[in-house]
Every structure is written in C-alpha cells, then in structure tokens.
Design a binder for this molecule. Structure first.
Ligand code: PAF
Length: 284
C-alpha cells in the first residue's frame, strides 16, 4: 500500500494503472476509520483492480469550527487498518493541496440537499460536493463507495453526479452497527463512557418504531420516536423526518410512497455529540 500526499504523485500512479486497463475504485473518507469504512474498502477491493482511499478532513463541509477542530485524526492508525483490508493507495492531502485557492462553487439540489441535514447544517452539503467532485476529478474512479449511514449524503452525491455528468457509479454500502445497535461512526470515539452507554437508545427507538408504525399513523410514529429518545436523559432529538427515500420530502401517509425512511439526528451528552441514523419503514 502506498500513501500519497500530492495530487500529481497519485495521478502519475493512477495513469499507469489506467493504461494497463485497470479499474479504479475510490472510497472517500475523513479518516478515524472503523469497521464501517473497512466494509466499503473490502467491497471496492472485490469489485475493482485498484482501490484508492482518500483520508481528508474537509474543512468546507464543517459549519462549526469546534466540530472541525475536534474531529478525530490518526493517519497512522487509519493506514494500519487500510493495509489489513487490501487498499492499494491512500490519498491524504493537506488542505492547501486540495484547495490551492478557495472553492467558490455553489452546489444546491433542492429539495434533496436543502431538507434535514441541509436545513440544520447550512453549507454542509455544498462542502461535501466541493470535495467529492474534486476527488472524482483527481482519481477518475469507475466506482465510488459510500456508507448508507449518511443516507442523505448519498442522495446528494448522486444528484451532483447527475448534474455534472460525472462518469462514476455510486455504490451504496449497508450501515454497520455495534453489537448494541449504535451505528458505527467516527464521532462515536468522541463519546464519554456515560454518553456511549445511552447512545444505543437511538437505534432501539427506531427499530421499535417499525412495529409501532404498523398500527399508527406517520405523525404518531414520528412523535413516539421523538418521545422515546427525548425521555432518555442526555439525548435530545434535533429532527426526525419520515420521508420518501427518493425525493426526501416528508411523507404524510404510509400509503403515499413505497419507499419510506425515517431519518434522525440526535444530540448526545454534554458536549454534545451529534449522531445520525435512519430506519427504513418501506423499501421498494
Ligand atoms: O462521509 C464522509 O466521511 C465525508 O462527508 C466525505 C464523503 C468523505 C466527504 O468529505
């Protein structure tokens, strides 16, 4: 496995791979890698001749300076994990390398990028599109792998790829959970032990709501989930939206769509740490 910090060095290497007819898979990450990321890399290794993993904490997608400052970083540990799952190249650029001049491009794909995370984290998806489009131009992958935990992010990236006519297949990989159900996330490492102990209540409520939803309306299910989670001291729901899985618009009745997903963001603990998760009520 080779580690590159410069775009030109990575591109030289990929030029040779491409000339040899090799397919390139890209796994974009912000580091602090865990089994969720490992599963994306494993899938890319299976489906491509060469797998590139980018490790870059992208400042343009953070709307909170403290969140950016506190985001966990450990490139050595990341590389150790990536070796074990068969990544070929790690691309870990500096901010100056990725953004030699400020990126002034604006990306908006309403309503997909403006609801839920888009409404609560202004500029977040704009930053995601800035960095992901750059990575696509730099690496020119055949396929790129994203975790389903960030349900809305995948929809936004797909909308961007369509809008910019970028030739890449977006591969969605299933969410990976801890044994107690908590969705794996780099942010979990920031949870204090007492916060980590209450965090699984989020998924328990979501899972429990599948049964509840069988006999209750969308609005009742919404309120039930929010109540379950808010009743745990230390947890506070920022939003819970029950939406059509394609348009991401709110669903009023279960019959309104055949793809219904509940997307949630919860503040956990005193810091607090922002955790996201989702549950599928109906899937085509
Ligand atoms: O999901 C993430 O880790 C990031 O948003 C991504 C896709 C690597 C872009 O910085």
């Amino acid at each position: 496995m080779k580690v590159f910090h410069k775009i030109a060095d990575l591109q030289n290497e990929l030029f040779t791979a491409r000339k040899e007819g090799k397919s390139i898979g890209l796994v974009p990450t912000m580091g602090a890698l865990h089994e969720g990321h490992a599963s994306l890399v494993e899938q890319s290794v299976k489906e491509n001749d060469v797998t590139v993993v980018s490790v870059f904490v992208n400042p343009t997608q953070f709307n909170d300076k403290n969140d950016l400052k506190n985001y966990p970083r450990d490139l050595d540990a990341d590389c150790k994990l990536l070796e074990t799952v068969g990544a070929d190249y790690v691309f870990a650029p500096s901010v100056e390398e990725m953004y030699p001049t400020p990126d002034t491009r604006q990306f908006e794909f309403p309503p997909i990028s403006t609801v839920m995370e888009g409404a609560h984290r202004p500029g977040h998806f704009n930053g995601v599109c800035q960095v992901v489009s750059r990575l696509f131009y730099i690496v020119r992958p055949v396929r790129s792998y994203f975790g389903e935990k960030d349900f809305q992010q995948i929809a936004v990236v797909k909308a961007m790829v369509r809008a910019l006519s970028i030739k890449v297949e977006i591969v969605e990989c299933p969410i990976v959970r801890e044994d107690d159900g908590l969705a794996k996330s780099s942010r979990n490492t920031l949870l204090a032990p007492d916060e980590r102990a209450i965090a699984p209540n989020i998924y328990q409520a979501l899972k429990g709501s599948i049964d509840y939803a069988k006999k209750h309306s969308v609005a009742e299910t919404h309120d039930w989930v929010v109540e379950q989670i808010n009743s745990v001291e230390g947890l506070e729901v920022e939003y819970f939206s029950i939406v059509d899985g394609n348009t991401l618009l709110d669903v009023e009745f279960w019959e309104s769509s055949n793809y219904v997903v509940g997307c949630i963001t919860v503040y956990c603990g005193k810091t607090p740490i922002r955790l996201i998760d989702h549950i599928k009520y109906k899937e085509v």
